[in-house]
Design a protein around this ligand. Structure first.
Ligand code: PGA
Length: 254
């Protein structure tokens, strides 16, 4: 059975000490309150990762993720961070293709296919983000957009490699806006994504793939979203910066 996951995306927030204390709070709450098999992932800025990995040692319910990684193995790319470096500090996941990276840093499906390969080669599991903009939805192009993001970004992988991915559906119009996709809208796209995976690989691969919803997810709307048959958890931005909210979202799977 596929994993239930709640991943926090801290984005470019929290200085080093603030990050450490938020993470310590989260670990303590998870220890006391999380009773199911769900997994928490915290995707912090690079600066925090090494120390958070030390704090997380011994807790199997919490893992770490980076928010980006470069497509090259190493070399003259001033200011960049490689997948190997990230993996070397005990980080298991990396967010790839977040809409903010696509929008502000010009990341294309083609580039993301390369980043995915390099991450997997270095044993980092991508949390691969896809989602349409408001204009695309209003033009009724959301299914086409999702389809090409998958086809061009990750469908070059073989089934074994694809099996290491987590997919996150994040409608761009719902990110940081306070507007959530309705559970029916989200379920419709999640079912479509799973159908595409089944057509490309197999029903088994599709059934085993964790597909997260992201976009203004909070403790109030998470129960209804996560009750949908094809929604396996969330990628949480704003609400992941508050330990109480993040752990309450995680507890939906208790
Ligand atoms: P949000 O962000 O929860 O603040 O909308 C989600 C995301 O960007 O991953």
């Amino acid at each position: 059975m596929r994993k239930k996951i709640v991943a926090g995306n801290w984005k470019m927030n929290l200085d080093y000490n603030e990050g450490l204390s938020l993470f310590s709070e989260i670990i303590n709450m998870i220890k006391d309150e999380v009773t199911g098999k769900q997994e928490a992932i915290v995707c912090s800025p690079f600066i925090h990762l090494h120390s958070l990995a030390q704090l997380a040692k011994g807790y199997n319910k919490i893992s770490l993720g980076a928010q980006n990684a470069h497509q090259a193995e190493s070399g003259a790319y001033t200011g960049e961070i490689s997948a190997k470096m990230i993996r070397s500090v005990g980080v298991a996941y990396v967010i790839l293709g977040h809409s903010e990276r696509r929008q502000y840093f010009g990341e294309t499906n083609e580039l993301l296919a390369k980043k995915t390969d390099t991450a997997l080669k270095n044993e980092l599991k991508p949390i691969f983000c896809i989602g349409e903009t408001l204009q695309e939805r209003e033009a009724n192009k959301h299914f086409d957009v999702i389809k090409s993001q998958m086809a061009e970004g990750v469908f070059h992988l073989d089934a074994a490699q694809f099996g290491k991915l987590v997919i996150a559906y994040e409608p761009v119009w719902a990110i940081g806006t306070g507007v959530t996709a309705s559970s029916a809208q989200a379920q419709e796209i999640h079912a479509f994504i799973r159908k595409e995976i089944a057509a490309k690989y197999s029903q088994q691969v599709a059934d085993d793939t964790t597909i997260l919803y992201g976009g203004s997810c909070n403790p109030t709307n998470a129960p209804e979203l996560f009750a949908q048959p094809d929604i396996d958890g969330g990628l949480i931005g704003g609400a992941s910066l508050k330990s109480r909210d993040f752990v309450d979202i995680l507890k939906v799977f208790n």
